[in-house]
Design a protein around this ligand. Sequence first.
Ligand SMILES: *[C@@H]1O[C@H](CO)[C@@H](O)[C@H](O)[C@H]1NC(C)=O
Ligand SMILES: *[C@@H]1O[C@H](CO)[C@@H](O)[C@H](O)[C@H]1NC(C)=O
Length: 343
Amino acid sequence: MLTSFAYSLVLMTTVLVSGAIGSVIISNDHPLIHFHGRWDKSPGTWWAGSGFKMHVDNLKSLSLILGEHTTTPVASIGVSPYPSLKPSSVVRINVEGWQNNRINVEKIILNDGARLLPYSPSRLGFQFIGDSLSAGQYLPQGVDQAWPFLVGEQFKAEHTVNAQPGATLTDIVSYGNQHGVSFQFFRTEDTGYFYTTDHNFTTAWDFRRDVPPPTHVIIHIGANDASQSVTQDSFIKTFLNFISRLRTLYPTQPIFLFTPWGWPSADGSVSQYYPGAHQQIVQDRIKLGDHNVFLVNTTGWVTFDDVFPDNQHPNVPGHEKIANLFGAWLETWGLKPEPEWPA
Ligand SMILES: *[C@@H]1O[C@H](CO)[C@@H](O)[C@H](O)[C@H]1NC(C)=O
Ligand SMILES: *[C@@H]1O[C@H](CO)[C@@H](O)[C@H](O)[C@H]1NC(C)=O
């Protein structure tokens, strides 16, 4: 559950000094803040789902002091404490949106007597890569209600979601994205950088900052390549090159490829694209000796009831359904959810 009632969140663009007397001020470079997702040097977030976790003893209140690189007027965030019987709790904060998703954290102010403890990450870490179908576009709470986030929760796994609505895998301009995911995944910024005036550039992501590195990689992409008339052969070639490049970062991690679930219509039909392409990619990887790439056949997972009728993207129950189906798929494959969060 993601709730915000327990904490007061103060979103400000100037530094709060008065009123902080007796409070514990945590600077944004405190070594016990567990950052996840993509952060630039300010430090500020890009990509839906980026955020941080803190394990805090005696937590009663928390305020964020945000700097000038924060999206104005509003950047929506999800906030949740882990349920805990201990006096300490883990508080999690992440940006929900695929756009308007920049929080530039200057300071975190905790109540008097609060103390940071080390955060122990889960043994499991899921890296999701995709487009609008994974980013939670059109959902009221964005990525926090999307299937990748929900699967991460089910398995008590750390999870990062690099998913860009409208983007192709192929590195071409598509629906307002200056680059495709095969380029942008390796960057700190999502493609929204192109529309910002204070940070109109993109920088290489240092993958050593993904601590711990992911244990499983899940890719669901292709809808926009199909809409942009990228041929099936070209799509397959781009995908194979992308996986080769991912293997330099993730040499032993299982990689899961979703087949398209298609675009369902009111008459019960489902419009498909790239038939057999994802299966071909898995087979080609196996031919190359990589037996650690798996096809997730999502055919039939999403019907017209599971989508918003006007844009055919999964609705809130649709995302829950997909998360449950993929969770069950993973368990059949051999992965068990962690019994408890470690911290
Ligand atoms: C960002 O830079 C590109 C050129 O690289 C330019 O086309 C674009 O308009 C700029 N965006 C903003 C918001 O200034
Ligand atoms: C995926 O599932 C559908 C429906 O069960 C089936 O018709 C199809 O053959 C499957 N595709 C692959 C590649 O296994």
